[in-house]
Ligand binder design. Sequence first.
Ligand code: GLN
Length: 476
Amino acid sequence: MKIEELTIKKINTGLLKKEFSAVEICKAYLTQIKKRDKEISAFLTVSEEMALSLAKKVDEQISEKKEISMISGIPAAIKDNILVEGLKCTASSKILENYTAPYDATVIKKLKNQGVVILGKTNMDEFAMGSSTENSAYFTTKNPHDLKRVPGGSSGGSAAAVAGNLCVFALGSDTGGSIRQPASFCGVVGLKPTYGAVSRYGLMAFASSLDQIGPLAKTVDDCQIVFEEISGKDKMDSTSLEIPKVESGNLEIGKLKLGVPKEYFVKGMDAKVEKIIKEAIKKYEEMGARVEEISLPNAEYALACYYIIAPAEASANLARYDGIKYGYSVADENENANLLDVYLKSRGGGFGDEVRRRIMLGTYTLSSGYYDAYYLRAQKVRTLIKNDFEKAFKSVDAILTPVSPTPAFKIGEKTKDPLTMYLSDIFTISINLAGLPAISLPAGKVDGLPVGLQIIGNYFEEEKIFKIGKILEKNA
Ligand code: GLN
């Protein structure tokens, strides 16, 4: 069987029928990484030894006729801001260059318990701040569809690893679009779960009220399988929740009501991308779904609101990298450095430009005198954005939008101007502010480059958006 065609279910069936062993599958992926990752550069760390020993355990269980789960023996890649015990975890930052994770994140514990084979850690924008992986302190990951282009970000390594068939699925994190935008750029499926659906314990915090871990895979079905394995309440994360059983309603396509927000077809959007999204929406309509125009009037404030709230939370979360507790420290090089020097020089030398920019923005908006005008006001706008969605979901089952206004851009194209980089998240950010689930799935191609459709669901209606996604996937 060709590696490009493997899915979780196909590997599971093959393992049970003894067509191949978990070690053989693992080796096939390790070989693929050796061959292709030289040009893609998706991985920061390849954990060959750990992967082979996890795969061996699965083979032992099979030979002892023990029951294995659907994801046993499935090779996966993990974004480098999620802790895997014993592996380096850098968040693509110099400040954590020599940091080794002392424990497993809850999602990793869950995956390991089910026999998932962890192949390694993937490249990202430093501390998940960015949309292209160009903010990695190590190297830029290339888009497997065109090596001159970015894979998106910040989970660009994870998306490129799936698209390049270097793993079956990957985990990413999404604070403002970091799973969905790279999924769209790399032509894979990516889910940002409902806030609280997946434990954040062991995820390096960027903006805690927005961050969620989610899967990237080749198919909606694979994404769903992984999501079901990693979700659920965790006592180590008080914001996590047991997923309430939401009646996914009658999902006959004839009764499906889909909303298309008029504010999402904006000036400056690539006309070819718009055409593909409109065609995908039309497909749903032709199959019998009712498509109606809706309005999210506060959507235009989402970007401004996010770039106040996310840096504010980041400035607080990143205060822990102080050159004392762990990570890079000038005190290691200079015994005579005084305390202030240790703080300032370790942080100044350890963090990259974008991270420093966000810390400064966040510190400014939180400082007394500015707090009310910026942070407090942004929180109020956040509520308005959330209310818009709540109103919309009274009349529609799901909302369809583009993921990104353009396909993957060229490496270097936006690095000079942070504002144009921020704009590439214009369609994904409001979903994090509202805490809703959304999936990005391939809708077509523009000049050979993939374009993703975003399906936004109501709280905890992941199952519904998976079903709606599968309809398009089947009819692509
Ligand atoms: N690109 C956005 C940012 O730079 C979102 C990042 C993310 O979702 N982690 O903040």
